[in-house]
Design a protein around this ligand. Structure first.
Ligand SMILES: Nc1ncnc2c1ncn2[C@@H]1O[C@H](COP(=O)(O)OP(=O)(O)OP(=O)(O)O)[C@@H](O)[C@H]1O
Length: 684
């Protein structure tokens, strides 16, 4: 419907080329501009929608010098001038005066971040008003992390639409405007901004905004001037290569444009051209060398690097998920490749934004879309899990690395519990650098004294509950899938009935689990809550997560001291149920490393038989009764490999002193099959 309301698509490059060959340079440039002019939709804009305000920027004085610093002073005047596209933008409008001085944009005080320090997050659009046509350059400001450059044209009124009240003052202040004189452009000067050093968030934003407009073929047009930096205009359309795909350089020498056509068809592989595209960007680094790779799923559009091959580790998958309210990015891998050499091009006349673009624009206007840990911003990509005490979110950092962010709300909890949560940080710090343990990248406890108390060993001292809004944020390595899902999937594949034991699968993950638990046991830590959901697969290896109830083993004992009974019933050892009681000999029952071995035995049993050993006992008391009964016999259905049953029995020995330890388990015949006494004759 929306499409029908619009005028027919603008002409593609080929008609332009034939026309321009016989025109003067200024006509020619006008033609180019006409090509990129955005058609205005015919529909009437609803008046009840919130409207972003525009600020008309008119240059008052100071002629910029070609190739040098501007020196121009431009003043921004606030006017209400909504456009069709702005009607969908709901972020708060900002008014004020933007002044360009000495090649810098100086923002008014009212644009400062809420803290006045320019630490906010903001999205804005510079819309170039050019004879009714619009150009735009978007910017995203995230503290110092990202600054988006934008362009203005001399002698023309340009519009500035500041989209967010939290636009960073510092960011705007630091914008540099480099004037570019191009006689072939009717003597217009283009003020171009240098790419800021950190373009990560910008790259995200650029790619986000570009999704809707990048399609399977591309028309790349370069306007070159011998005396000025180049303006690269890249447009993409959904037409087939045959229809539109020309890569044409419009070189300009001595003011005379020259057309150089580089082939008829622009393949999906853009060769040396950039593969991260921006709409309406004035940021044109024109880098050479290795280019980024972007694969747009569901669009049939590929933009690749120089070599044209898609390297798995360097592919950025962009899934449009905005309908779910999530970011449209997912699994952006190998962040370095995203930003390292990314190039962007000017689109002087971008097509109207699609719905996806609009919703994404809204998304970025929302400061709630970010978490801040120790001053660094992480964009939320969606919730990935929640435990008894926490929420875990998938987030993306400014370098495009994906992390899991565990957020624990402490308000209303008693102090011993809060100290326990802080202890998880302590353990994860202790386990830094250990393979098989999820890595803690960063953390923040909003109540500093709480963490200090734990770190200095002063805990469990305070009574009462935490009254203020205190949170623990833990930025963790991101795990793709947990063992619980993998086991469920395996059983689904086997139809839940015909379990043809995949011994190699079992061996691989069993060994990884043993190595993970061995790591913590060597550090005198007992996990106490081992279960399939607490093993995450990270880049092919299993890693242990969730040290929320882990306990350190006292130096003078092999057992841990507990304040309460904990664990997940189906994986809890007899001694965890009977903790602090007295055994037949009058000894106090304590938990230690064997308790974790029991839990591992339950997990192995579940991997083999599809259910935990006590799953058939449904209630707490039924489980309690059977697990604490030393005479209860766990049933083991026959298996082709008797060592497997033996292994489970070694872990699930009721007497904790009879359970095998991890070094022994790592040498168990199931993992290390005994050599056959006699090998068959060779060649037989
Ligand atoms: N690093 C991670 N990567 C990916 N997902 C994770 C990560 N950490 C946790 N999760 C997901 O979040 C869920 C809850 O995390 P976690 O177990 O750490 O929280 P919890 O509140 O301590 O849970 P529980 O109540 O089970 O003890 C996990 O089951 C897992 O699905």
């Amino acid at each position: 419907m929306e499409r029908e309301a619009n005028p027919p698509p603008r002409p593609l490059l080929r008609p332009l080329l034939s026309a321009s060959s016989s025109t003067t340079s200024s006509d020619f440039v006008r033609n180019i501009q006409a090509v990129f002019k955005r058609p205005r939709p015919l529909g009437v804009m609803p008046s009840n929608l919130p409207r972003a305000q525009r600020i008309l920027v008119s240059q008052k004085e100071g002629k910029p010098v070609a190739g040098g610093r501007s020196g121009a002073v431009a003043e921004a005047v606030v006017v209400a001038s909504p456009t069709d596209e702005e009607s969908s933008i709901t972020h708060p409008s900002v008014s004020g005066t933007l002044t360009f001085e000495e090649g810098r944009a100086v923002a008014p005080d009212c644009w400062k971040g809420s803290d006045g320090g320019g630490d906010g997050v903001g999205v804005g659009t510079v819309v170039m008003d050019d004879c009714g046509g619009l150009k735009r350059a978007d910017f995203l400001t995230v503290g110092d992390a990202c600054r988006r450059s934008f362009a203005c044209e001399e002698g023309r009124s340009s519009s500035f639409d500041a989209g967010s009240a939290a636009v960073s003052y510092e960011d705007l202040k630091q914008q540099e405007f480099k004037p570019i004189r191009s006689s072939g452009m009717n003597g217009q000067l283009l003020h171009k901004a240098e790419p800021p050093p950190n373009q990560h968030f910008m790259a995200i934003h650029q790619m986000t905004r570009s999704l809707a407009s990048i399609a399977s073929s591309a028309t790349t047009m370069s306007v070159n001037s011998t005396s000025a930096p180049r303006i690269m205009s890249t447009t993409y359309n959904s037409h087939s290569c045959r229809e539109s795909g020309s890569h044409t350089d419009i070189g300009e020498s001595n003011g005379n444009p020259q057309l150089v056509t580089r082939g008829d068809c622009m393949p999906n592989t853009l060769g040396s051209q950039a593969s991260v595209f921006t709409q309406g960007s004035s940021y044109t680094p024109l880098t050479s060398g290795i280019q980024d790779q972007v694969i747009l799923e569901g669009k049939g559009s590929h933009a690749k690097g120089n070599d044209g091959d898609v390297e798995p580790g360097k592919v950025h998958h962009l899934n449009e998920r905005s309908s779910k309210g999530e970011s449209i990015f997912s699994d952006v891998k190998d962040s370095a490749s995203l930003t390292k050499n990314s190039s962007s091009h000017v689109n002087s006349k971008p097509p109207p934004p699609s719905r996806t673009e609009k919703s994404h624009h809204k998304k970025h206007s929302d400061p709630d879309a970010f978490y801040k840990v120790n001053g660094k911003l992480y964009q939320k990509l969606g919730k990935i899990g929640s435990g008894g005490s926490s929420e875990v979110h998938k987030v993306i950092a400014s370098d495009c690395t994906i992390y899991a962010l565990k957020k624990i709300k402490l308000k209303g909890r008693d102090y011993p519990t809060a100290y326990g949560f802080c202890q998880e940080i302590e353990y994860l710090n202790k386990l830094k650098g250990k393979s098989h343990i999820i890595q803690l990248i960063d953390y923040e406890v909003t109540d500093k004294t709480l963490l200090e108390d734990v770190m200095s060993g002063i805990n469990n001292k305070k009574d009462g509950r935490i009254m203020n809004d205190t949170y623990i944020y833990m930025l963790l390595e991101y795990g793709e899938v947990d063992l619980a899902h993998m086991v469920a999937q395996k059983w689904k594949e086997n139809d839940g009935t015909n379990w043809n034991t995949d011994e190699n699968w079992l061996r691989f993950y069993w060994q990884q689990m043993l190595l993970a638990v061995n790591t913590i046991h060597e550090e005198r830590i007992v996990h106490s809550d081992l279960k399939p959901a607490n093993f995450m697969l990270v880049k092919g290896s299993l890693k242990l997560i969730d040290f929320g109830i882990a306990k350190a083993i006292m130096s003078d004992t092999t057992n841990i001291q507990r304040d309460s009974q904990v664990g997940t019933l189906n994986y809890m050892s007899p001694e965890a149920f009977m903790w602090n009681e007295h055994d037949a000999n009058g000894n106090t029952i304590k938990c230690g490393r064997p308790s974790d071995i029991w839990s591992l035995g339950c997990i192995l049993y579940q991997m083999v038989y599809g259910k935990t050993p006590f799953a058939d006992y449904k209630t707490f008391w039924a489980k309690f009764k059977v697990i604490t009964d030393r005479n209860h016999k766990i049933s083991y259905d026959p298996l082709p490999n008797i060592w497997l049953i033996d292994l489970m029995k070694k872990c699930l020995a009721w007497d904790r002193n009879k359970r095998w330890r991890i070094p022994q388990l790592l040498q168990h015949p199931f993992l290390v099959p005994p050599m056959p006494r006699e090998l068959p004759p060779s060649g037989d």
